[in-house]
Design a protein around this ligand. Sequence first.
Ligand code: SAM
Length: 281
Amino acid sequence: MEFEKIDYNSPASVSSFLESYGFSMQKRFGQNFLVSSVFRHRIADVIEVSPDMRVWEIGPGIGSLTSLLIDKIDDLCVFEIDRGFVKILSSLFPSCRIIEGDFLKTWMGEFNRGMPDFIVGNLPYNVGTVIVLELLKNACIVPSVFMFQKEVARRFVADRGDEFYGALSLVMSFFYERIFCFDVPASAFWPRPRVVSSVVKLVPKEVLPVSSSEIGCFVRFVFELFSYRRKSLRNVLKALPYFKTASEVDSFLDDVGLDGSLRAEVIEPDVFLNMWKLLGA
Ligand code: SAM
């Protein structure tokens, strides 16, 4: 099926396009399209890609960002769950590889063809964090630009002592330089979401703290230590399967040189690495 070109900068034209072809929006897939020329271009500007790069876009929707990337890149692969949108994308961007289905189920097939050089995504609010952690756990660590709900973006870039700091912030800080780019108001989308969004850039660290094969377990370990926010580290460790007795936990804490009454969010990042190394020994 052929589709006419879309004016991505006009909410009225996006909505009449979808209506005229009989597409309805699926709330469960977080479908809010960028319809602001200013913000589409501001986002495209932080996506620093060159034609020879293999680039992935997760959740392209009807192509608001894709349309700004397609002429810059020879090898663009997009992952879209909505079958109707896949038809639109195939018609409007014939040179683009389109993978239909849930990214979490489809991406490995594409990954096995080769590591992307850059990943981009205006991610659905409900699965954004899951997708980024899935990529990390599988050592798919490449420069990326993602848009998240503002509060989620704050968690990605927070440092120890910040209000939004937690396991996600710490884990990301081990593997990436995290750059908060800018907020995107609800008015930049159609339909309007109830939240403000923010764009975050992730640049992989040159030296990774653990080997690729360990990343998944390491990430789980950090999340476990943060899992009971009110408990001291000693009590969290006692509840985890790494130790059989309380005295094993105490001698572990002595070896790390750590006060077990502290909580995870106040502990220096490097201490988590020391704990991980000692556990693996
Ligand atoms: N990138 C477009 C834009 O900026 O206008 C659309 C962004 S919209 C917030 C999120 C898109 O992700 C929707 O097109 C939705 O269908 C798609 N999506 C949601 N869950 C997905 C998943 N698990 N895998 C792939 N695509 C998904």
